[in-house]
Design a protein. Structure first.
Length: 256
């Protein structure tokens, strides 16, 4: 880990993330068991694929820093933070938080251009980035406003300016996952900047996702595919495949 952190400063966020896991595991299970489990997790998460994703988000952060005043935080979330990132197949999910001063259309357009300029270095299927104001991250709630959303996946590339949108319900899970497991590239720990997402919002979102899966995918395919990107604490409530194994103690493992 030391070699990686020295080689790329943006990996400091990843090392801090793993250190937090180590502390929580040792507190819960004791050093002997905790150290063994954390060693396995570190080995999996410090794979070349995850390292490449973190390094790429560092490039994204630097590109935005040159054109966006008041950049507060940049986090890697999704599969890159949860340990399931697959190079070339997974999206690189990024949440960027800015100061509350409004960004004009010209500034948002410049940010989108800067992101597209580094997108060809993405180690995944594409970049999926949401930029939000600090006040909205601190108090996450409908209608889920945002400043900018950029997706570079070739099958669905798009740029959406937040002021022209009614909001993005996907921020429900972006916020929840990022607060629980986000990897810091810039800024404070996610829980210091991102407020608690109401459980009713999380489960409402999951219900809508599963309804979509039932309408658009056969059998359990949609359930397993779309639920696979959610944290374990949501899966037990959202999909029959996990509900069968859920217990009250498992459900109490909600990060908030």
């Amino acid at each position: 880990m030391t070699r990686l952190v020295e080689a790329e400063p943006t990996l400091l966020g990843l090392s801090a993330h793993l250190l937090a896991i180590a502390r929580k595991t040792n507190d819960a299970l004791g050093p002997a068991i905790g150290d063994a489990l954390v060693a396995n997790v570190v080995g999996a998460w410090l794979s070349d694929a995850v390292t490449a994703a973190v390094e790429f988000v560092g490039r994204v952060d630097r590109a935005l820093g040159e054109v966006v005043p008041g950049l507060v935080a940049t986090y890697l979330h999704g599969s890159g933070a949860l340990g399931g990132f697959v190079a070339g197949r997974s999206d690189v999910g990024v949440l960027v938080v800015c100061h509350d001063e409004p960004l004009q259309r010209e500034g948002l357009t410049a940010a989108a251009k800067a992101l597209r300029a580094v997108a060809d270095r993405c180690p995944g299927r594409g970049l999926e980035l949401s930029m939000v104001a600090r006040r909205h991250a601190l108090h996450p709630a409908a209608p889920w406003p945002f400043l900018l959303h950029v997706t570079t996946d070739p099958t669905g590339a798009k740029t959406v300016l937040g002021p022209q949108s009614a909001g993005d319900p996907d921020l429900v899970m972006h916020y929840a996952v990022c607060r629980a497991s986000g990897i810091v590239v810039r800024g404070p720990a996610p829980a210091e900047l991102i407020g608690v997402v109401a459980r009713s919002d999380v489960f409402g979102y999951l219900e809508a996702e599963l309804r979509w899966a039932g309408d658009n995918a056969p059998g359990h395919t949609g359930c397993s595919t779309r639920a696979g990107r959610w944290p374990a604490w949501t899966r037990a409530r959202s999909c029959p495949r996990w509900t069968a194994h859920a217990t009250p103690s498992n459900m109490a493992a909600h990060p908030d």
